[in-house]
Design a protein around this ligand. Structure first.
Ligand code: NAI
Length: 340
């Protein structure tokens, strides 16, 4: 088990049980928006994670119930619920990782950018509190539009003098899970063995899965198949929004994705080598200031932003066509943070 816990991560190795937490360092994880559709199952998954010693559940309301509920599970993490802004400081203090699924989700017909007006303000106020109460925490941003909320948080941290580009992450793990799942089904390979990098951003065409780098490689997929897989990955969120027909967007798969990414951050902090996940981070691998790509995680957060690797012509085209949308979403976030 110990070997398993220390082994390099990839998104398929989660929930390694049974466990002994004897030699693991104390780690506090805070979830902001913990009473929501994502927040609740994410709280459950982190309560199951032996790397977490303290689980802090914050929302504007409802968290005492969620906290009481998951606290009865007989695992390591001690759980506390905090509700309302006057308890936000206590919820955050001492956090190693802060996960943010706070804010409204999409309804059918909405784009992620339609959420901007509400979520931008929520993210700004939560980032302000993080800068004050736990400036060294790794921040995992789930709230959409991620392409704008990550730049908003960066600006807030810059103004507060706490910005460390190694510690701010847009969570794009769900795009990776979708790419893996859809690819495995189409290529008829075992899903648990599949890896597919997904780069760019987290909305529509800015989501760029690199199926040319997928492993295990498949010779059976035509160009049309790759195009269809790409589109399905880009529209994966919308597929769920439509199926839920007005009752929100992905919550269960997102909670799983959020738990995978938080676990990778914790393993990095704990010094486990070779932890690599895709994430939307400050980047200079393209001309855009933020970009999702493979990232090596370590004791200080981002250890290395990995390059894109060889792209097919189709992916090169996808990369060029996503840049203007991603650029304007980033700029919209920066502008909002500086004007409000
Ligand atoms: P939800 O509406 O079920 O839950 C959101 C929670 O945030 C609610 O409990 C609400 O009380 C809370 N909240 C609102 N303002 C807050 C504040 N100021 N402080 C703390 N909590 C606050 O929504 P759901 O489905 O959980 O989605 C949350 C966010 O995650 C949405 O923005 C959604 O678009 C995004 N999302 C991101 C994905 C990704 O891949 N990054 C995938 C799916 C959703």
């Amino acid at each position: 088990v110990e070997t398993a816990l220390r082994r390099g991560s990839s998104s398929s190795h989660f929930l390694l049980r049974p466990f002994s937490s004897g030699s693991l360092p104390d780690r506090k994880v805070a979830i902001l928006g913990a009473a929501g559709g994502i927040g609740q199952p994410l709280s459950l998954l982190l309560k199951l994670n032996p790397l977490v010693s303290s689980l802090s559940l914050y929302d504007i309301a409802g968290t005492p119930g969620v906290a009481a509920d998951v606290s009865h599970i007989n695992t390591r993490a001690e759980v506390a619920g905090y509700a309302g802004e006057d308890q936000l400081g206590k919820a955050l203090e001492g956090s190693d990782v802060v996960i943010i699924p706070a804010g409204v989700p999409r309804k059918p017909g909405m784009t992620r950018d339609d959420l901007f007006n509400i979520n931008a303000g929520i993210v700004k106020s939560l980032a302000t509190a993080i800068a004050k109460y736990c400036p060294n925490a790794l921040v995992n941003m789930i709230s959409n539009p991620v392409n704008s909320t990550v730049p908003i948080a960066a600006e807030v941290f810059k103004k507060a003098g706490t910005y460390d580009e190694k510690k701010l992450f847009g969570v794009t793990t769900l795009d990776v899970l979708r790419a893996k799942t859809f690819y495995a089904a189409k290529a008829k390979v075992p899903v648990e063995e599949v890896n597919v990098p997904v780069v760019g951003g987290h909305a529509g065409i800015t989501i760029l899965p690199l199926f040319s780098q997928a492993t295990p490689a498949s010779n059976s997929l035509s160009h049309e198949d790759i195009k269809a897989l790409t589109k399905r990955t880009q529209d994966g969120g919308t597929e769920v929004v439509e199926a839920k027909a007005g009752k929100g967007s992905a919550t269960l798969s997102m909670a799983y994705a959020g738990a995978i990414f938080a676990e990778a951050c914790l393993k990095g902090l704990n010094g486990v080598p070779d932890i690599i996940e895709c994430s939307f981070v400050q980047s200079n691998i393209t001309e855009l200031p933020f970009f999702a790509s493979k990232v090596r995680l370590g004791k200080n957060g981002v250890e290395e932003v990995l390059g894109l690797g060889p792209l097919s012509d189709f992916e090169k085209q996808g990369l060029e066509s996503l840049k203007s949308e991603l650029k304007s979403s980033i700029e919209k976030g920066i502008k909002f943070a500086n004007e409000n």
